[in-house]
Design a protein around this ligand. Structure first.
Ligand code: SME
Length: 161
């Protein structure tokens, strides 16, 4: 299952006719539509100077949280820790930003480009304890693939806002 999906991810990122933002949008749609426990899939990009995260391409319900300060919520903590954050039960977290009351668990994995934490992929699930090490490994692999196809020097337009 994951192997077939990994091939799809590579195919999509290799597409010479698409810009990186469109590729990331297609990636969000692919993951959300293929993996039933992925209820919301999106990217946040970091503005290192302002210490804020900015919503990029996503698939799922629109969210009010288009800008998140470093340190706030699961996403903001990952911006500072440089490590993934797997939350089996969001109701047990004090430092958590609720995007929707139906979300029960969350997994955020940092995106490193040229060794720099430039943002993250954020997955929400309506299921409790939806994610395991397989999801962590897969999403770290996905982000490594994105880094390989990242246009040199590209800064996502979202972070200028
Ligand atoms: N729950 C996240 C905020 C982003 S929304 O899930 C899309 C957090 O606590 O950082």
């Amino acid at each position: 299952m994951m192997n077939a999906l990994r091939q799809e991810v590579q195919k999509l990122l290799q597409d010479q006719n698409e810009l990186i933002n469109a590729k990331l949008q297609n990636l969000c749609d692919l993951l959300k539509n293929t993996l039933p426990h992925y209820t919301w899939v999106g990217f946040y990009f970091a503005n290192a100077e302002k210490k804020t995260l900015h919503l990029g391409p996503y698939s799922g319900a629109p969210t009010d949280h288009t800008c998140i300060p470093f340190g706030k919520g699961i996403c903001g903590q990952v911006a500072e820790s440089n490590d993934y954050f797997l939350v089996p039960d969001v109701s047990a977290q004090d430092n958590y930003i609720a995007c929707s009351l139906s979300v029960k668990s969350e997994l955020v994995v940092p995106l490193f480009v040229a060794g720099k934490n430039i943002g993250q992929i954020d997955i929400d699930s309506d299921q409790l304890e939806a994610f395991n090490q397989e999801d962590v490994d897969f999403l770290q692999w996905v982000n490594a693939q994105i880094a390989m196809f990242w246009p040199q020097g590209y800064i996502p337009e979202e972070i200028h806002g």
